[in-house]
Write a protein that binds this ligand. Structure first.
Ligand code: GLU
Length: 306
């Protein structure tokens, strides 16, 4: 488990990696505040990466709107902002490397077929050795042979975790049939290239951690530590997200949303700071927040932000 007595080290690198499919919502703010405090309390860097790899879901202008909201909350990042859409060449390089290692195979299954089989991909196309030159195949997606992924890991906030083995070992997509690289590939390559040491993010990504750690291993790189924060939900199992139209944060004063985020992370501000400017509230949290105060729940109901 995370020790509060961790020595501050300027080598800590954390990051916030929003997908610009809409303005920042409360669920993402929680992840931003949690990862910011975590990195900055260790005198580390906090990077901002715009995860715009899934271009059809990108909402024009959402990146600047997210940055503006972060700034209003005093969440100032270090160094240049990285955009995944500008890193395709690098993803290609890594994809080719994995392919040369014999770790990638073509898949012609549709989402509908996979859902009919229970939702998890069963490796159906692995023995078929499909490639784009077979005249009878539809355009392929490309998956990673994932056998051997360890399904257990130590979460830096939640302690020992065990993910369902079939999920941990699913042969997931690296390159989609529409030619876009997947989040799974991009996130690992980026965390590696940006030398991220501590990933702090929402608990919705907890189950993806073993596959990301495994990909680091395949690439011969050291994986960061992963810690997962409670997820803001409108009702049990319904996370606040752009997909379910979570309300944009600029509908509330930043001091209100910051105070709420801090309270969920286990820090209640003193009365005189409840209405203070958000950056001032954040400075107080930097001096007084303890990661151990984060509630153990995976989900926190915040229906007012939905
Ligand atoms: N881009 C992802 C999201 O907005 C976060 C990815 C991550 O933190 O690993 O949900």
């Amino acid at each position: 488990m995370l020790s509060n007595k961790r020595k501050p080290t300027a080598n800590t690198v954390g990051r916030f990696a929003p997908s610009p499919s809409g303005p920042l919502h409360f669920g993402s703010l929680l992840a931003a505040v949690g990862s910011y405090l975590f990195s900055k309390q260790q005198s580390g860097k906090w990077l901002l990466r715009i995860e715009d790899i899934d271009t059809p879901r990108v909402c024009p202008g959402a990146d600047s709107s997210i940055m503006h909201t972060l700034e209003q909350h005093g969440l100032l990042w270090d160094g240049p902002v990285i955009y995944q859409s500008q890193r395709t060449e690098r993803y290609h390089e890594i994809f080719n490397q994995l392919q040369q290692q014999g770790l990638v195979y073509g898949c012609q299954c549709s989402r509908k077929q996979i859902n009919a089989g229970g939702g998890l991909y069963q490796g159906t196309c692995a023995p078929l050795h499909l490639n784009n030159t077979n005249s009878d195949v539809k355009k392929l997606s490309w998956r990673l042979h994932s056998a051997g992924v360890t399904n257990q890991f130590i979460d830096s906030l939640l302690g020992p975790q065990q993910i369902e083995q079939t999920l941990a070992e699913e042969d997931y997509i690296l390159l989609r049939r529409d030619g876009l690289f997947s989040y799974q590939l991009a996130v690992v390559v980026d965390d590696w290239d940006q030398a991220v040491t501590e990933v702090i993010r929402g608990a919705d990504l907890l189950s993806m951690t073993p596959r990301q750690q495994h990909l680091f291993q395949l690439l011969g790189a050291k994986a960061p530590l992963y810690g997962h924060l409670p997820l803001a939900v409108t009702a049990p199992g319904h996370k606040l997200s752009k997909q379910n139209h979570a309300t944009a944060l600029d509908n509330w004063p930043a001091s209100y949303t910051m105070a709420r985020a801090l309270a969920i992370l286990g820090l209640v501000l003193p009365a005189e700071l409840q209405q203070a400017a958000a950056p001032e509230q954040l400075s107080y949290a930097l001096a007084n927040w303890r990661p151990a105060a984060i509630p153990a729940e995976r989900e926190i109901i915040t229906s007012d932000f939905g």
